[in-house]
Design a protein. Sequence first.
Length: 227
Amino acid sequence: MDRAAEPPSEIELVAQFNPLYERFQHQVPTDTLLAHYTSIQVMESILRNNEVWFSNPLFMNDMQEMRSGLEEGTRFFSNKELLLEAAGGDARRADILQQLYFFYFRHFDEQQAIDTYIFCLTEHDSSHDDGLLSMWRGYGQHGNGAALIFDPSKLTLVPTSPLIFGKVSYVSDAQRTEQVNAMLNEWVALTERLALPDDKLHLAAYVAFSLVNTRAHDQALWFLGRE
């Protein structure tokens, strides 16, 4: 059989969207220390058990950064006119993309969000032994807690690990909306160009939700792990 005549596999099709993920390719920082500000009780538990427990963002004080990215994706895919270009001007294919996107959104919301865990750190200047006042105030019990210092150069990033390293992006609501829309507009242009057959549109919809979800976490977290 002539392999050149075989259609591309789903893995090969999804790989064509890889350029859209370049914005998320964070490396483990090796040129700076990272600090985790916490209470004395939590510090004692970490040192006593030699382990760090991640937290589910659904039970944290501020979920706005994560939720806002997902909300922008919902807003974008609720507008059928914005999907027509990705669907090559075909309203039926636009419907398919919309339905599939919200299928992945519901699956995440109902089954995966509860299994997303994070661990947050901040950059630490080794010449500044006092740390950051804002971090002490917000997370270190107003100076009565502790700051654990990590040297990330000692970490080895395993390619198959579910851990994602990401640097916090502090932007305004307007900037966040602009960034998410710009990213999805790139997805629209690439999806239109690829002109996937109907039975492969689920790949494009999956990529779109993956981009929005990754962008949401990238804006909210320094260091994120997902089961």
